[in-house]
Write a protein that binds this ligand. Structure first.
Ligand code: ADP
Ligand code: MG
Length: 806
């Protein structure tokens, strides 16, 4: 932040905060405690949802009668509104108007010498659905209109919408008196558990759409969702977990079983059958002792088993394909043989015909000779000498006999040869027929194997996805920036907990992982690694960095050349995963844009055209006109990103803005096509370095700086609102309240996996911002997205593929 630290103690308006953040006992004495107020915001969300659902499904179970009643009250912020002296002075379109704005908003008028007060923004949600950023100046409220101009806040609007601030939502609407006791029926679903730091609290198993276990929080006077860690100790749940464990001794992680029970509406039989289906008989045996992560291991083992089955199938497929090949070869060899033998038979037939002709000729000769031997002349008296020599005659008749014999022999030989040949031909024909049949069978088997392979591949993906879902679709990591200062406001107690120490009070926050100052870029990247595979599998994946300027967002996301951050590493991992899969071809496309003052700027074009807009078609969100560049290697991607960075610098210099005042979004679209199964899928990896979340101080609050601060406030508030709505399973998620959330919609709704880094500074002077950043992170952590769906389309019909970015 600028020169001085903000001293405002109040909750940051427009920001949604953590309900999960635990407070130390005694914290309640903090004056105007930010944490108290903020806790109520979430408590109200929960209580409203709980009240509505329980009223709907269990009319006799009256939980928070006040909640119902007060939910219908319009927001009634009490504020003094004085009319503006000159409405014109608040707009700043032209130079003159700009000057006017400067005069009116001059810090000297409002802030006493040496006093540094931060400017508090409010967000006003108009009934028409638009979210406006507002703030007070000289007791007059102004708002930032659609064209980023400051306008006096219209009086009539007070009845046309409501302010989303911690105070108005938390205190005036849904609060139930802390002393009130819940009204519930006494049955086996009523229970109580002891929670450290809170004492014994009451639990009740609600019959909602699915059963949800909540506990009564007397402090905020609402039913809060029981965290998994606590839920394990509820009798109702414990009993069911035990039942699952006794059936499946292989399952030892009670937390995992509890999570599974939640998914299966607390039906142990269903959990057992789901696990048996997923992991098979292996769970029927007890795990080897000392194996703490057995359940997790099992998931991985099942995954490995799937991989092995796929590998087996692939090999079988290959052998079958080879068999078919050799059958084809044999078939063509036999066909050649048949042709050859047919030729031989033909040739022999010819020979036979020739021989028969010869024989015929010989017979003719013999007949004529015989005729000559005995001429049909009448006996004459004259004693004439016989015309033929008897010796010659004898010779001829011997010859004839011999000829006859050889003729017979020849005939029988030919006949024999013919019969043999015919037999052989018959056999060959039979063999060819059989071969064709075998070939058909083999082709059928190959097709079967192929479909098996396809199914296994899809199941592997869904199994992997389930594994990730078990860990949560939104994962929130906290990273503390390295600081040379010796005193730090942050203490890391374990891998998942961080404590903020401020003026002797301690406040704990929990995250999926807390990265201390000493953590390396590799450590940090390891947390996001599992979701990268998910992107290759066709899911939308998003990695966000949130925090005040200077807290290490850009360092975490981009890093330096020598020590790259999550961006480069995830892209490297993506390319590596793609290269690993031989039978799958991938197309990668990259786009890069900046959101400044709620306007999208393409960073990959030299000649930026008119401002980009977001288009929605069904569930897909696209940005028509946004440059997308196809990339193949890491070098391609790096050079594209360098271009984008350069363009960002040029644009920011031209417009005189700092890069920390805009959101940077890098989107990588991965389209895959599996050659074996024919399936195609499309996932997007969205990497987002958000603008600094800090409040601006009143001394800096003028002109452009004020407008951009309002835009940042609005977009981050909208982001918080989206997470909050997701947390309540609200029917309407207000994605359209800002360009940022609208653009990120595909990464934040059902389809997606999201990793959020909350970057914090350990410096004492930043403690207020650090607290508010951690509270934001805690809120997000309570969100679990709906069941993810893969963007998979069957082969030849990929027109209906979901599109995430243009
Ligand atoms: P932001 O993007 O949130 O404004 P930066 O990433 O620019 O913050 O970080 C501010 C400064 O702190 C940079 O000089 C950066 O190199 C340094 N820095 C941030 N985090 C770390 C870290 N974990 N280790 C070393 N230096 C860091
Ligand atoms: Mg930065």
């Amino acid at each position: 932040m600028g020169s001085g630290a903000s001293v405002s103690e109040g909750a940051r308006p427009g920001r949604l905060d953590a309900g999960e953040a635990e407070a130390e006992p005694g914290r309640a004495s903090t004056p105007a405690g930010r944490s108290d107020d903020t806790l109520q915001v979430n408590a109200c969300h929960v209580s409203r949802a709980a009240a509505e659902q329980s009223q709907r499904l269990n009319p006799r179970c009256v939980l928070c009668p006040q909640a119902e009643e007060e939910a219908v009250k319009p927001g009634s912020p009490i504020m003094e509104v004085r009319s503006l002296k000159s409405e014109q002075s608040y707009t700043h379109k032209s130079g003159e108007e700009d000057r006017a704005a400067h005069t009116v908003l001059s810090p000297a008028e409002t802030v006493a010498e040496g006093e540094e007060v931060s400017l508090d923004f409010e967000s006003f949600l108009h009934n028409n659905g638009t979210l406006y950023s507002c703030f007070n100046h000289h007791g007059n409220r102004v708002y930032v209109d659609e064209s980023q101009n400051l306008q006096p806040f219209p009086k009539e609007w007070y009845n046309q919408g409501r302010f989303i601030t911690a105070n108005s939502e938390g205190s005036s609407q849904l609060q139930t008196p802390a002393s009130s006791q819940p009204v519930v029926r006494e049955d086996d679903r009523t229970g109580s558990i002891y929670i450290q730091g809170r004492g014994t609290v009451m639990t009740y198993m609600f019959e909602e759409r699915v059963n949800v276990c909540r506990f009564w929080d007397p402090q905020s006077g609402v039913w809060l969702l029981l965290p998994l860690q606590w839920e394990i100790n509820v009798e109702f749940v414990k009993d069911r977990v035990q039942r699952v464990m006794s059936t499946l001794p292989g399952l030892v992680d009670q937390k995992e079983i509890t999570a599974a029970l939640r998914q299966c509406n607390y039906d142990p039989e269903e959990v057992v059958s789901v696990y048996l289906t997923m992991f098979g008989e292996i769970l029927l045996q007890a795990p080897p002792s000392g194996d703490h992560n057995y359940a997790d291991l099992n998931s991985f083992r099942a995954l490995l088993e799937r991989d092995r089955v796929i590998e087996d199938l692939r090999q079988k497929l290959q052998t079958k394909e080879k068999e078919v090949d050799s059958l084809f070869q044999r078939n063509s060899y036999l066909a050649r043989e048949v042709r050859y033998l047919t030729d031989v038979v033909q040739h022999l037939n010819q020979k036979l015909a020739e021989l028969e002709a010869d024989q015929q000729e010989a017979r003719e000769k013999i007949r004529s000779l015989l005729n000559r031997r005995a001429p049909p002349v009448p006996p004459s008296r004259t004693n004439t000498k016989p015309t033929v020599d008897p010796g010659q005659l004898q010779q001829v008749s011997r010859l004839t006999r011999e000829l006859n014999v050889s003729n017979k022999q020849l005939r029988s030989t030919v006949h024999q040869a013919m019969t043999d040949m015919k037999n052989q031909l018959e056999q060959l024909k039979g063999a060819v027929g059989k071969l064709a049949q075998v070939e058909q069978e083999a082709a059928g088997e190959v097709e079967e194997l192929r479909s098996l392979y396809r199914r296994e591949a899809v199941e592997r993906k869904s199994l992997y996805n389930k594994l990730l879902e078990l860990q949560g679709n939104i994962r929130v990591f906290c990273r503390c920036r390295k600081s040379p200062a010796s005193s730090s406001c942050l203490e890391k107690t374990d891998n998942q907990e961080v404590v903020v120490v401020q003026k002797g009070s301690r406040k704990k926050f929990h995250f999926d992982k807390v990265y201390p100052q000493s953590s390396t870029q590799e450590d940090v990247f390891a947390g996001t690694l599992p979701v990268i595979t998910s992107c290759v599998d066709g899911y939308n994946v998003c990695i966000l960095a949130y925090g005040q300027t200077g807290s290490g967002k850009t360092y975490t996301m981009m890093g330096s050349k020598e020590n790259p951050g999550v961006n480069i590493r995830s892209i490297q991992e993506l390319l590596r995963t793609c290269a690993e899969k031989e039978k799958v071809s991938y197309t990668l496309k990259i786009s890069m844009l900046e959101i400044y003052n709620d306007t999208l700027n393409d960073l990959l074009t030299k000649s930026p055209s008119a401002a980009l807009d977001i288009r929605v078609q069904g569930k897909s969100v696209s940005v028509p006109g946004l440059t997308q560049i196809q990339v193949q290697t890491e070098a391609d991607i790096l050079s594209v990103m360098e271009t984008g960075e350069k363009n960002r610098k040029i644009a920011s210099t031209k417009m005189n803005i700092q890069s920390s005042r805009s959101h940077l979004v890098v989107a990588l679209e991965v389209e895959s096509s599996d050659e074996v199964s024919g399936l195609t899928s499309r996932g997007t990896l969205t990497l987002c370095d958000l603008a600094g979340s800090e409040r601006i101080s009143k001394t800096e609050a003028e002109g452009q700086r004020l407008v951009e601060a309002a835009a940042i406030n609005k977009s981050l508030t909208a982001l918080g609102q989206v997470f909050s709505a997701l947390k309540c399973n609200a029917l309407h998620i207000p994605f359209r309240n800002s360009k940022l959330t609208h653009l990120l919609q595909p990464c934040l709704s059902g389809d997606a996996k999201c990793c959020v880094f909350v970057n914090v500074s350990p410096d004492m002077k930043d403690v207020v911002e650090t607290l508010s950043t951690l509270q934001f992170g805690s809120t997000i952590r309570q969100v679990s997205l709906g069941k993810a769906t893969q963007n998979i389309v069957p082969a030849k019909n990929n027109k209906s593929a979901k599109q995430t970015t243009n």
